[in-house]
Design a protein around this ligand. Sequence first.
Ligand SMILES: Cc1ncc(COP(=O)(O)O)c(C=O)c1O
Length: 407
Amino acid sequence: MKTTNSQQGNSIRDMEPGAPVRDGGIPLCVPEIHGNEWSYIKECLDTNFVSSVGPFVDRFESELALRIGTKYAVATASGTAALHISLLVAGVQPGDEVIVSTLTFIAPVNAIRYVGAWPVFIDAEPDFWQMDPEKLNEFLVNDCHVVHGELHNRSTGRRVRAIMPVHILGHPVDMDPVLEAAHRYGLPVIEDATESLGAEYKGKPTGHIGGIGCFSFNGNKIITTGGGGMLVTDNPDWALKAKYLTTQAKDDAFEFIHNEVGFNYRLTNIQAALGCAQLEQLDDNINSKRRIADTYRAGLTGTLGVTLMKEADWAFSIFWMYTILVDPVRSGMDSRGLMRRLAEQNIQARPLWQPAHLSPAHRGAYAVNCSNAERLNQQAVSLPSSVGLKHLEQERVINTILKKGVD
Ligand SMILES: Cc1ncc(COP(=O)(O)O)c(C=O)c1O
């Protein structure tokens, strides 16, 4: 049974994301509900359209497609479901390999395993912490060869079937070299854009750079439906197949005939109503995130041993979760120590994910030198980044990091 903060005091783990924050505490990243959410959800209740069919589902799909610029959008029960379905529609088969960022929340890696395929982990580059296109290329050139027109990993013998870059923390991956490599070997690119809705790469929205993009609307994302996701694409066959697979693969809905194994991955009308209201606030939310990033930058620039989050000149970042690196030698503190100090002040912070190539759950997958991701995992601290974060609260976070007025 989970103990409460008052029973334990503020340890780092009491402050883990999703854990309730005591009065006066500063949460890591919580939703902001202040638009048409109530009235749209009331409309669902008044009209009895509470489940997975209803006007808000269609509206949310078409409005998100419009925003991203894709021809199609298929709503799903979660971002993970969108990733799972993407792999299926892109033709990934059991025993194939899918190239994926090692520094990511685990969901895309799990999705690869759901289809019976294997991840191949690519390291993060040191500047923006995204999938390193040079290391991707090294893997393709040095570790793979073409057999009967198909790309195979020389070491595992498995067919390499897709690339799944993950745009982490709201910043895009450097996509041109990824697309170039994908084109060279005829590999579909599935973007995990779950953390980067609204971000752009050279003016193109993330999610609409490769063949398929996936978004998440869970509670900590830039807009939320409580839980939910979306798959976007310009490919009509993939969109149709995604709709079919997410709705139990009904070939004859009257006689209940199913020619394939489908999934109950639908978003409900109530969730979509929330999504429509939230989407109306996306630009405001992005502005807030960018303002929060500016304030952290202004407050922490020049702090010895602290590296700040950057934005590439080819990128528009939404700074979804503002993250810093703490070098223990130069700063005299380590990331976990800093998180403890923040927790003592009732401020939630978190590390970056265990790089997936080290995950016990994915033992046996192929990876090439992922040392940057390992260092980032050791040094990173994600700071409170809620859209509704108040200036005084942010000053408290900055002062705690700088040890101003903190014992
Ligand atoms: C990078 C990444 N991919 C996938 C997901 C999965 O999204 P969801 O929680 O909606 O399944 C998340 C968020 O949770 C994520 O951060």
